[in-house]
Design a protein around this ligand. Sequence first.
Ligand SMILES: [Zn+2]
Length: 453
Amino acid sequence: MDMNRMLIKQGRVIDPGSGIDKICDILLENNIILEVSDHIELEGMSDGKEINAKGLIVSPGFVDLHAHLREPGFEHKETIQTGTMAAVKGGFTSVCAMPNTSPAIDTPSMIEFVKMKSATEGVCRVYPIGAVTKGRKGTSIVDFLELHEAGAVAFSDDGDPVYDSEIMRLALEYVGPLDVPIMNHCQDLTISPNGVMAEGEVSDFLGLKGIPNSVEEIMVARDIALAKATGSKVHISHVSSAGSVELLALAKEQGLNVTSEVCPHHLTLTDENVLTDGNYYAATPDSAYDTNSKMYPPLRTHSDIESLIQGIESGIIDCIATDHAPHDVVSKHTTFDDAAFGISVFETAVGSLMGLVQQKKISLNRLIQTMTYNPCKILGQNFKDFGTLRKGSVADLVLIDPDVTWIVDTEKFVSKGKNTPLQGATLTGRVVCTIVNGNVVFDELGWTEGEVN
Ligand SMILES: [Zn+2]
């Protein structure tokens, strides 16, 4: 019998799903986790590969509830192949792909397309999210049952909100029995429709149209009310404002079926990062801003960040999701008003989030929980063997070097999207090895040299 065994030795194993945080060994056999224990030896086993993980963190592979892989339709921005390569470089072993492609993912055959492409060209697991409305036009709902049976793990019109409240209510009534969430991009389209960055001192300084926090909070409040009315699962995408965190706290207090996510950039950057080099003095009439800091929702203020961090620490916010939104150079090489919304996140997520751990703002355990166990819980029963290192669960893992310091260089990105405000930033902490289904899919330490046989 052909056994594929891998022993990961003496890493700091952190698995919030099973309450483990200690230095120990993990044995993988084929695609499952066979044993987690203080000392395991490969002796007597006929084959196997041994990995020395001393000084490294060993975590379940990250599960991203929110990414844009751009295929089909926008292959010049990203493909399922380049997107998943970037994902595993960032430690993500499962990625939920948003349906704002062209055409939109709103039929079973489109779900099949994403699954087929992922199976043949992807290097991590890809789970399609189906659109809520046909063509993402917001006017008539899709056949949720049909899409769910084809493989849609959730539904969203992301890029746009499900704006019509009756459509949102109806959609929630339909997805309720399927036990999957509707993930909403919360944006009141009537307030500041042409806004491009957070409303505040920086938008005033730059003369750019601001987006106030209320734009988000109004729809968060509506969606909480609809979750209460229907009992169905509502997931608030990319929370960015302190007021939204207050609303989510009330929803959690009432025990409603409401979950949420926050993106790494909304936890680490402010609207000041829109300024060239992050400060007022670097601004010149020719180059006052960085279009790579333009995304939706926008980067907000220090006090918003503090609330979001507290939301993660307290459990009011359930997960960290990337909203990886790669763009071609031309989409960003223009005025701030005309530049596309979105940044490339996979390859910098861990490095920037580890900064919060180093500053003792978020605990490492909590960080890992929000990127592994919690997103799987939101996805439901089919994901119970993912996002954890419990014996018998799926062998998706990531090894992180928490001490390595590196400089972000978009030229080295495997994502086609080089659009990040972190270009040139110094980060500490990086993914060094990613394992999907028992196979090493990203490796910066030359593990293969350690093969026993
Ligand atoms: Zn969105």
